[in-house]
Design a protein around this ligand. Structure first.
Ligand code: MN
Ligand code: MN
Length: 288
């Protein structure tokens, strides 16, 4: 078995257990930060490392929310919670998400789950990603909802959370043919809103975009501290001394990339289901 598949499977196993345990802890009144810290610690205990900060996007927020340092925010009755977690072993990443319904959103959750399952069932070596998009779109529309068109599934490569190919959650004329051994994440997002996400003014997640020489001492110290994450996303709360001034300077100069919270443009509710799978001759092996 090749190294990429072996290590992705190990990361996937760690993630599956972590996700199962975390889901049980998500309840009204519990702090978001408690769940994020639990997930990130558990991944390490089980023998992997977080591939990105634990994402906990609630209601109209679809992606890229992670709590800040000393965040006091809690889950509320009625919330629809997207828990999106990633782990890596030696840079080989597994990525998975589940929606936890603390309210009355069971149809929305069923739509993203069924859309994901129908795509996974259709995967085999030689399948076109356009076919997966068509199936996902079909299931979501049958439920009477919309896919979010600017959030997609993707390939996974070493140290790269979002690698080609892009796997759209709607019908496209042409896609990419998946080969045996490809490692991909399928992740339909479903909404009762407009079907598009926009950025909102909150950023807690960053990654190294292009390392260039920097002049200020604090900038150099920050780059030294984030070296360990290579090109993987990290949370501001993971940093020892995270001055917004320094971070924003590095974003402006293109050294860091910022990931603002992505929220549904029409304030619709959002559900998400995601698995990492390995493409096989006659099917797909789900690793998460
Ligand atoms: Mn994910
Ligand atoms: Mn993903």
């Amino acid at each position: 078995m090749n190294e990429a598949i072996e290590k992705t499977e190990k990361a996937g196993k760690v993630l599956r257990k972590t996700k199962e345990e975390a889901v049980k802890l998500i309840k009204p009144g519990v702090k978001l930060l408690e769940i994020a810290e639990f997930v990130e610690k558990r991944i390490v205990e089980l023998g992997a490392l977080p591939a990105f900060p634990c994402n906990i996007s609630i209601n109209s927020d679809a992606a890229h929310f992670t709590p800040r340092k000393n965040d006091e925010r809690v889950f509320h009755e009625g919330d629809i919670v997207k828990l999106d977690v990633g782990a890596h072993v030696d840079g080989y990443i597994a990525d998975t998400a589940i929606t936890v319904d603390l309210g009355d959103h069971s149809e929305l959750v069923a739509a993203s789950e069924e859309a994901l399952n129908s795509a996974i069932k259709a995967i085999h070596a030689g399948v076109d990603t356009a076919e997966l998009g068509r199936l996902i779109d079909g299931v979501i529309k049958e439920f009477g909802y919309k896919p979010i068109v600017n959030l997609t599934g993707h390939g996974l490569q070493r140290w790269m959370c979002h690698a080609p190919p892009t796997i759209y959650n709607f019908s496209t004329r042409r896609g990419v043919v998946l080969e045996r051994g490809a490692i991909i994440a399928i992740e339909p997002f479903v909404t009762d809103g407009t079907g598009k996400v926009v950025e909102r003014n909150e950023v807690e997640i960053y990654s190294l975009a292009s390392p260039k020489p920097v002049r200020m001492k604090q900038e150099r110290e920050l780059l030294e501290e984030i070296k360990q994450y290579k090109t993987l996303p990290f949370a501001k709360r993971w940093l020892k001394s995270a001055s917004d001034l320094i971070i924003n300077r590095l974003v402006r100069s293109g050294v860091l990339r910022a990931y603002p919270v992505l929220t549904e443009a029409g304030k619709g509710m959002v559900s998400q289901s995601e698995h990492t799978v390995i493409v096989e001759e006659d099917g797909a092996r789900v690793v998460t």
